[in-house]
Design a protein around this ligand. Structure first.
Ligand code: DMJ
Length: 596
């Protein structure tokens, strides 16, 4: 499949558009003085029409731009191309929900058979491995526990709990990633504590782990170091970029440490992660966006890519979720989130030129010979960025709402202007992420690139009738699949589908989630047990890599289960999900709230 050419879609279909319903254009006004102008127009209309035709030929999006300016739908958009008629209520779809439970059992029980207690699982070789030579830290077991609890898998849960009780050790003299350990292990323990009606085992282990992690915050800026030696309790810089820390990593510890602080009434956990947010706020870049690296000594952003994908993603996610977690009491996070969203809309949200798909671009810093900094817009979207559609919709119902709570599905009148903007773009971004599943396997690649006018392909594509506005860079028939072409069991699209369904009750989100689930079953399932990353989403039968990421069981299957479960289970007005899908309760803080 050529990377620069005519990638045919599996379905060959154009994205559906909202059918125009209400034409609101004013009638044009004429007066007597216009007569002379009309005379000229009578003579000039043919060349004018030809010019306009040529312009539209070169810029095919013009007509839809003009139409969308004048046309507004009566129905509020709950999903692309839909109306409120696709509302099906929020009850469970038991058959589909139970099919997801079977998939979880297939994954967990083979891991338990082959690798119980190991950090990671290799389903093809039937082996486990640990993150370091010093021994495991319960990465997979703890990441999976709350999913078992939510699915009601009592026996599996009992065995996992026993392992935590008798075998788990954090006394490992080796370096572990601060962010990953926090979101998967600390987040998993806290969520297990919540869902077991406060089984003290989990809180004790969470406190022990958090205390071992705390030294990472002992830096001049308060930004945490990226690694922690859990045995020595020492923060460790990145060996390759010792002065840098990644923005998403430093700004995605807050939900976990703050909830621990709330539970223990120990301020230190709260203060450490809040001080990170203060540093970020004080060093905001002029456009309000956040580049993916910060300087660990000065606390300043350093020129580096700006994106909703890797190393940027959960910074934006946690701005909103911090505001939600403490029951909307900390206005500073609302402000930071709203400012960031305005900046994202102004700078990163892009429409593809041919089919008008909404996607998020990246900004790449460049310096000219005089050392002047400028930013180049790059049409590349990570699968990771697909969390953003659902997040935008959720944010619209909270910081963008003029009245709380909003209806399900919301009415236009319940949103402020920026809420309407975020809802609409959230819906469209989900559609785009779903569209990137239009591959031979029905699964989306790790990275999608989008066509832009300067790549010279728009004309070729429009002539050939191929409506593909996105492609996998470097993919070609017979050649080794590029890294971008893989699907590694990631959750972000189904995470957005889950949120969108909960907020709308629109059946389309369930339908899309079911399609994705079936594709995972068909192309990622290892018959002898477990699921595996596939190397190329456009190759059938799929070639598998011997790795089952822990987030399959903590996130992908949990969000799919919840998509088909009754919406009263882990309802969005009582819980906020950490970035690894571990639900934590929304609470009213008794320690202190926010900074400004
Ligand atoms: C997960 O570990 C988390 O969702 C994280 O925020 C981003 N990447 C993975 C899943 O893709």
């Amino acid at each position: 499949m050529p990377d620069d050419g005519l990638r045919k879609r599996k379905t060959g279909s154009k994205p559906e558009r909202e059918p125009p319903q209400n034409v609101t254009a004013d009638e044009p006004e004429f007066d007597i003085d216009s007569a002379a102008l009309l005379q000229y127009l009578k003579i000039l209309w043919i060349p004018l029409l030809l010019c306009f035709g040529l312009f539209v030929y070169i810029n095919p999006s013009t007509l839809s731009d003009i139409a969308s300016f004048w046309i507004e739908s009566d129905d509020w958009q709950t999903s692309p191309g839909s109306s409120t008629k696709s509302f099906v209520g929020l009850g469970a779809d038991i058959e589909k929900r139970d099919a997801v439970v079977e998939a979880f059992k297939h994954a967990w029980r083979s891991y338990e058979r082959d690798a119980m207690g190991d950090d990671e699982y290799h389903p093809i070789s039937h082996k486990g491995s640990n993150l370091t030579q010093a021994g495991g830290i319960g990465y997979t077991v703890i990441d999976s526990i709350d999913t078992m609890l939510i699915m009601g898998l009592e026996d599996d849960y009992a065995r996992a709990r026993k392992w935590v009780d008798t075998r788990l050790s954090f006394d490992r003299d080796a370096d572990f990633n601060t962010f990953e350990t926090t979101i998967r292990v600390l987040g998993g323990l806290l969520s297990a504590y919540e869902l077991t009606d406060h089984d003290k085992l989990y809180l004790d282990r969470a406190i022990e782990l958090a205390d071992r992690i705390l030294p990472v915050f002992d830096t001049p800026s308060g930004l945490p170091l990226p690694n922690i030696n859990l045995g020595k309790r020492e923060g460790v810089p990145d060996p390759y970029l010792p002065q840098l820390v990644s923005t998403a990593e430093v700004a995605t510890l807050q939900l976990e440490f703050r909830y621990l602080s709330y539970l223990t009434e120990e301020d230190i956990y709260w203060e450490k992660v809040e001080s990170v947010m203060r540093t970020i706020k004080e060093n905001q870049m002029p456009h309000g966006l956040a580049s993916i690296y910060m300087h660990v000594e000065t606390g300043q952003f350093v020129p580096s890519a700006i994106r909703l994908g890797s190393r940027g993603d959960s910074y934006y996610e946690y701005l909103l979720k911090q505001y939600i977690q403490t029951n909307q009491t900390e206005d500073v996070y609302r402000q930071m989130y709203d400012n960031a969203m305005s900046a994202v809309h102004e700078n990163l949200i892009t429409k593809s030129p041919y089919t008008r798909m909404t996607y998020t671009s990246e900004l790449i810093p460049e310096r000219n010979s005089g050392g002047q900094l400028s930013w180049r817009l790059t049409p590349k979207q990570d699968h990771l960025a697909c969390f953003f559609g659902g997040s935008l919709m959720l944010g619209a119902t909270i910081t963008g709402a003029s009245t709380l709570p909003v209806s399900i599905p919301p009415r236009q009148s319940e949103f402020m202007d920026h809420g309407k903007r975020d809802w609409k773009d959230g819906v469209e971004l989900i559609k785009t992420c779903v569209d990137t599943h239009d591959t031979l396997t029905g699964l989306s690649p790790e990275i999608a690139h989008f066509r832009i006018p300067s790549d010279g392909m728009i004309d070729v594509l429009s002539k050939s009738g191929v409506p593909a506005d996105w492609y996998i860079k470097g993919a070609s028939p017979g050649a080794e699949a590029p890294y971008d072409a893989r699907y590694m069991l990631r959750p972000e699209t189904v995470e957005s589908l889950f949120l969108a369904f909960r907020l709308t009750g629109d059946i389309r989100y369930r339908d899309w989630g079911w399609d994705i689930f079936q594709s995972i079953e068909k192309h990622c399932k290892v018959e002898t047990g477990g699921y595996a990353t596939i190397m190329n989403v456009d190759e059938v039968p799929s070639r598998k890599e011997d790795k089952m990421e822990t987030f399959l069981m903590s996130e992908t299957l949990k969000y799919l289960f919840l998509l088909f479960e009754d919406a009263s289970v882990l309802s969005l007005d009582k819980y906020v999900f950490n970035t690894e899908a571990h639900p934590l309760p929304i609470f009213s803080p008794h320690i202190r709230t926010g900074f400004s």
